[in-house]
Design a protein. Structure first.
Length: 267
């Protein structure tokens, strides 16, 4: 694979979760360090590639559901490198005037987001290079304030991201800072890696994936539910990510799942 020309602030020798994920999805915006981690993880736990695809499909279904509920504003934390079915594409297919703010902490994500994530003329998109570990820098950012009205419902999308926030970084408090800033009637969509269903596979993938530069933390159903404090879950609740309002009948068992998915509405 041909190496992309790196941005000056991108350290191509250090893997990044967004670029590893891009490789699993068949993308081209990754480097040798990312591919080494992705291939080692897939070799140790072959289901991880299907899991990445399931996670991406959940994003599309969740955003589509929120759009049908009348949500016209979205905040996507941990955007990832653009591929098919991005948040604004799904939302604006339902409502061309939908507005989306994308946030990621990888410079290469923002380069591609600004180049590729073009809004419909009726809607609007904005791109913030920031880390969800610093909610105030995001919630107070002029590009967010100029795009979203936080006095009206917002769809908060945190898909495939929270497992990279370590326990000592207080992931529950960080999410609570975002959710408390949103108006009643807002929604939260989360997917999160778990070892509840397939502990051996998730353990093998963690052993291959985790390093000083990159690591993920699986969480239990009880822990994932903590992200939804103050929110009422939409049907079917907290389920394997491929089982959340699937477009087609599910033929896989829960034992094949590596992640939960859920959507909740703020009371």
């Amino acid at each position: 694979m041909t190496e992309a020309h790196p941005h000056p602030r991108i350290d191509t020798s250090v893997p990044h979760s967004a670029r590893v994920y891009d490789y699993w999805l068949g993308g081209k915006d990754n480097f040798a360090a990312d591919r080494a981690v992705a291939e080692a993880t897939a070799q140790a736990a072959p289901g991880v590639v299907q899991g990445a695809q399931d996670n991406r499909a959940f994003l599309g279904r969740a955003v589509r559901h929120l759009a049908t509920q009348g949500v016209t504003q979205f905040l996507d934390l941990g955007t990832g490198i653009p591929t098919q079915g991005n948040t604004h594409e799904v939302a604006q297919a339902a409502n061309p005037a939908a507005r989306v703010v994308y946030v990621d902490n990888d410079p290469i994500v923002m380069i591609h987001a600004r180049a590729l994530l073009r809004s419909n003329p009726e809607g609007r998109t904005a791109y913030i290079e920031a880390d969800l570990r610093d909610p105030d820098s995001i919630l107070g950012h002029p590009d967010l304030r100029g795009t979203l009205d936080l006095d009206r419902p917002v769809g908060l999308i945190i898909v495939g991201t929270l497992m990279f926030i370590k326990d000592h970084e207080d992931p529950f408090g960080l999410v609570g800072r975002f959710t408390s800033a949103l108006a009643p009637g807002s929604y939260l969509a989360v997917s999160h890696v778990t070892a509840d269903f397939a502990p051996k596979q998730v353990g093998a993938s963690a052993d291959a994936y985790n390093s000083d530069a990159l690591a993920f933390t699986p969480r239990t159903a009880e822990q994932v539910m903590r992200f939804f404090e103050g929110y009422e879950l939409e049907e079917p609740g907290l389920v394997p990510v491929f089982d959340w309002r699937p477009d087609e009948p599910v033929t896989r068992s829960a034992e094949e799942a590596g992640a939960y998915g859920a959507v909740g509405r703020k009371l």
